[in-house]
Design a protein around this ligand. Structure first.
Ligand code: CKX
Length: 606
């Protein structure tokens, strides 16, 4: 179990959460001299940069944009006097990909992994009522011992350059909010919830993790703020009479208030919105509250103009409005867990999330996405000597993701890898360890899957049996037999689907990716690849195939919006498979999807 709490930062009667976002001082360590020159005390220069944001695309100099190595952030924080006697932390929503945190020149935390939060405990080190210097050294290099995987090479002029094994730009820096937190010394650290619905009533099975030996009290309030019921003790069951269930695109959120009490004294208080809902796989169906659902939606990215992978509340709002407009009900957090605000919004709006750990690029190829798509490139990724270390990092990220996200009603499944080399026999023990860990950590035992590229076929994949539902990334009509060969693509696709069908797995399948690169500027009749007309035709062909197989219970198009990738012959300033442009305007295919999805019933094919 994690040695620190990942509860979402809140102000309550007993806690303070102060956002430290804004302009921070910033320096790139070109000569790799920061450690030696003690930049941990003060970084050189006068450059400043917004937090949260990716650092890269603000700059007009290509060498800065492509910088790989250590970058240093600095700010001064007044730690208020009233925090004395509390536990005090710095909380980083994410630091990509690894960070060392210094307070007044002293190291207070190290964290590996770029997409999940961590704490630096500064209780004994902070100067109360005074300004404290916070310096963060972030490193954005890629390697094969951490996820996502890639390489870092050194160019002839001595500069380092990253070579991602994945198809999105290696945006980095402090991309999510930073908080100064205070909690009582004895405090609520974590809570696990699971639900069962019995007729009109529901029961909430709970377990609270606490620091100290004070008593735990829980109170439940409805959406109007009216008291519903309460319970006492660290572990137990809360019965909710006449429970209002959290449903797909029709959410209902109760507020659960957790208190730590000593007699009549309130020691700590925390509250969270919760949605009562059950998730189950039954045969070929995905059930939410016992009713089958058909998933409609997207694979997405945290990516937009101006703050890049940095969290932006306005972009989040626009994305949800577009998803509602188009009739979507779900998305996958490809290829890393997103900012916590996005899950809170999905809880509110009733979207289903497949939550993905940042395990992408576990494939022996520099152009994973391309070689994988064409069926080339598979060698033996899971036999590498780096695998034990990688598995450790992967396990850790999985744990952090589940601990952070387990109480969101929107999170209905875990995606444990994206497009790994599951054709390598050595992948099986690696996957098994992770799949078992996911169930061990998740009180709700949510369904688990991994997104499989085309090599992971019924005859070659060693790991699909571990999945509670099968998630296929398929590009028939694009990487395989595109353009004038689209009819051949359909036949080939049907042949693969017939092979899956013949296995009688008795599990639901979803398409976790399918799509075509499309330039919004291109129109052509008859169509050619890259034109808007071709994206529409290809989606129509693929939908025809999905509709012919009853065990297909969902479709998530790749991608929601165009996004930035590394330079390359395959990409026109980024991946253009978006149904919306990077500026969040619709391509023609958006209208096709809107028509289809607003007409498909939630229980389609059941
Ligand atoms: N899937 C053949 C992973 C995504 C890529 C997507 C693409 C691939 C396709 C795999 O991260 O962007 O190439 O468009």
């Amino acid at each position: 179990m994690l040695e620190y709490s990942l509860l979402y930062p809140l102000n309550t009667e007993t806690r303070t959460a102060l956002k430290l976002d804004g302009m921070w001082r910033f320096a790139l360590d070109w000569k790799n001299e920061g450690d030696e020159k003690n930049w941990k005390n003060h970084i050189p220069g006068h450059d400043t940069i917004p937090v949260p944001a990716s650092f890269q695309d603000f700059y007009t100099d290509k060498k800065i944009r492509e910088f790989a190595g250590d970058m240093w952030y600095e700010t001064d924080v007044l730690v208020p006097d009233y925090m004395k006697g509390s536990s005090v932390y710095l909380r980083f929503g994410a630091a990509t990909h690894r960070a060392t945190v210094y307070l007044n020149g002293e190291e207070v935390a190290y964290h590996e992994g770029g997409f999940l939060p961590f704490l630096a405990d500064i209780t004994d080190k902070a100067k109360f009522g005074e300004s404290n210097r916070v310096v963060v050294k972030i490193n954005n290099e890629l390697n094969e011992t951490n996820i996502p995987c890639g390489l870092t090479v050194t160019l002839s002029d001595g500069r380092k350059m990253v070579k991602p094994y994945f198809d999105f730009y290696n945006y980095s820096g402090l991309q999510r909010s930073v908080y100064l937190l205070s909690t009582p010394e004895n405090s609520i650290e974590d809570i696990d919830l699971s639900y069962s619905v019995n007729g009109k009533d529901a029961s909430i099975d709970y377990e609270v993790r606490v620091k100290g030996d004070d008593d735990v009290k829980l109170s439940l309030y409805d959406e109007e703020g009216h008291f519903v019921t309460e319970a006492k003790g660290r572990k137990g069951i809360i019965i909710v009479p006449d429970a209002k269930l959290w449903q797909v695109r029709a959410s209902y959120l109760y507020t659960l208030k957790i208190s730590l009490v000593r007699g009549n004294q309130l020691i700590d208080s925390y509250q969270m919105p919760i949605g009562i809902r059950e998730v189950r796989i039954n045969g070929e169906n995905i059930l939410i509250n016992g009713s089958p659902v058909y998933m409609k939606g997207f694979g997405k990215h945290e990516d937009s103009d101006i703050v890049w992978r940095g969290f932006n509340i306005g972009v989040m709002k626009r994305d949800f409005e577009l998803m509602k407009w188009i009739g979507a009900n779900s998305f996958r957090t490809s290829h890393y867990p997103y900012d916590e605000e996005i899950y809170r919004m999905a809880d509110r709006e009733g979207f289903l999330i497949i939550d993905e750990v940042p395990a992408v690029g576990l494939f022996e190829s520099l152009a994973n996405f391309f070689d994988a798509g064409t069926g080339k490139g598979a060698k033996s990724f899971f036999s590498k000597p780096t695998i034990p270390q990688l598995l450790k990092a992967h396990m850790r990220a999985l744990e952090e993701m589940i601990v952070r996200d387990k109480n969101h009603p929107s999170v209905i499944a875990w995606s444990i890898l994206n497009e790994p080399e599951s054709t390598d026999a050595n992948s099986l023990p690696y996957f098994t360890a992770l799949f078992e860990k996911a169930h061990e950590l998740d009180k709700q035992k949510r369904p688990r899957t991994f997104a499989m590229e085309v090599n992971s076929s019924p005859t070659k994949c060693h790991c699909y049996k571990l999945c509670d539902f099968i998630a296929l990334n398929r590009y028939y009509g694009w990487y395989i037999l595109g353009g004038n060969e689209i009819d051949e693509a359909e036949n080939k696709f049907r042949a693969e689907m017939d092979e899956w069908k013949a296995l009688h797995l008795g599990k639901p399948f979803i398409f976790s990716e399918y799509g075509a690169d499309t330039l919004p500027s291109e129109h052509k009749l008859p169509s050619v690849m890259w034109s808007q007309e071709y994206q529409v035709e290809m989606l129509e062909m693929l939908h025809r195939v999905f509709d012919s197989y009853d065990f297909v219970k969902g479709e998530q198009v790749w991608a929601f919006a165009d996004f930035q990738t590394t330079d390359g012959l395959m990409r026109v300033n980024g991946n253009k498979k978006g149904i919306f442009t990077r500026q969040r305007q619709p391509k023609d295919a958006a209208f096709l999807l809107r028509k289809r999805w607003t007409n498909l019933p939630l229980n389609y094919k059941c």
